[in-house]
Every structure is written in structure tokens, then in C-alpha cells.
Design a protein around this ligand. Sequence first.
Ligand code: MG
Length: 289
Amino acid sequence: MKLARFRWHGRDRIGVLTGDEAAVLEIEGAAAPGPDMLSLIQHVAEGGRLPTPEGREIPLTEVDLQAPIVRPRRNLWCVGRNYHAHAKELSDSVFKASGPSAEQWPIVFTKVPECVVGPFDDVQLAGDVTSCVDYEAELALIIGRGGKNIRGADAMSHVFGYTIVNDVTARDVQMRHQQWDMGKSFDTFCPMGPWIVTADAFDGTQAQLRCWVNNELRQEAHTKDLIFDVPTLIETISRGITLIPGDVIATGTPAGVGMGFAPPRYLRPGDVVRIAIEGLGEIRNRFVA
Ligand code: MG
């Protein structure tokens, strides 16, 4: 099932995509567990059923798709250094300080919830504070049933679904602070969407990612090449911390980011970054001054 959040005729709604992705069936009335996607995820996490859409069928061309989780309840969990080739391309910069423990434990940082924008929204380059804005195509998973100290073997049962994020990064800001949250959390720095595909309909361990800048293919990878796979990430992040329904975990980006080029190829006003994951769809965002 593909679950979308969208605006139509001035009102925010949630719905289910039709099989051909040409329209969305609104979830409303008795079928709707609440006004937003987080309520729906909570409902399912507590044992409720996914709703059967009873509302009207609205052509996708008529709606304004929003991020499936417009405002996460708390910071998004993100993983750095999770593909070998990406670890290598930034080994002289971002990952210079990585010691032997980097081989055993993932780098985990967060992005503030307020930086999330829609799958086709503009991203602001914030030229007054950075000149090094970069893209990072990533598969993100959404936690359904929460939990603490979740074992890897049980982890997949805690996944509600999957979506795409662009973990947009101000590299200069990322590099000059010991922690990355600031350079990763600028307003609009987390395009998300185009919808959530539920875990019964998508296998996050077998996902193919691609990312283009102005139609030039920059990133291409498969999640089977993750250094720390999806169950390991859930196991690690939930150690001592209770994960809650609706938590977002971005699984890390593959090689091909702008900083990995010599000289680096950072984003400029007018650039369009498109990220596609087979089975999930695509997001496309223009970067503006
Ligand atoms: Mg990232």
C-alpha cells in the first residue's frame, strides 16, 4: 500500500495511491484514524488495521503532494558512512577522524523535524551562511511499533514502511563542528516522499537507489551494499533509547555526492536533484537562492 499526504482544494488529507499511481483515494470518515499520517501509523502500531479507503478518487495531477510525515514528532535519525564507496570518497574530509570503532558502530546523527519539506518543494541554499550545499540520496524507514533494545532478528517487524529522503548537507558547517546536526538541519534540508510504501509491499534490504543532478546520474547503489543493514540500524539506535511510532531512520547515502568530486561540485541556484528508488517512486527538488 502506498500512503500519501496531500493538499487538495485547500485542505490537507491522507490517502492511498491507486495501483497505477494515477490517482489517490482519500481516507476519510470512519476509515480515518486521525487527521494525519502519524495518527495512522500510531493506530497500526497499536494493532489497528490499515484503513480501507472510502473516499473519492482524486487524480494525482490535481493534488499537491506533501512529505508523508510533514512534521515528525522528533528529530529524524540519520546514519553517516554506510556504504563502503562513500566512506572512501570522503575519507580525507568528513570521515578523517573515523577510528577502528567506525567499522563496528554506525555514525548516528539527527536532523530537526522542521527541516522536512515535500517531495517536489524547493530547497533553500542559504547562501548567507554556506556555499557548500550537497545532496545525499537515501532510503528512509518509518518505525511502526516502537520499542527499546530491539533485537536485529525482530527489527523488521517494527518497520511500518519506507520513503525517500534527500539528506541535504552544508558541508562547510558539517566539517567545522564536532557534531553534524547543524549542517544537516537548515530549513528545507530534508525533502521527503513522494509517499510511504508499507513494509508488506516493499523490501528495504533489496532497494535500488539512483540520484541525478540536472539529469546527470551521480549516485547509484543497492541497499544490499549497506555496511550496517536495516535490522542492525534498528537494533543499534534502539539500544537504551525507546523508538516511537513514526520515527524516521535515514539509512545513509552511497558514493557520488558533490563533495566526493575534485574539485567538489556543490549545488547552485537552479539545480534540480532527482532521487528515485525502484518500487518507492521519486522526489525532485529545485535548489534556489
Ligand atoms: Mg546522509
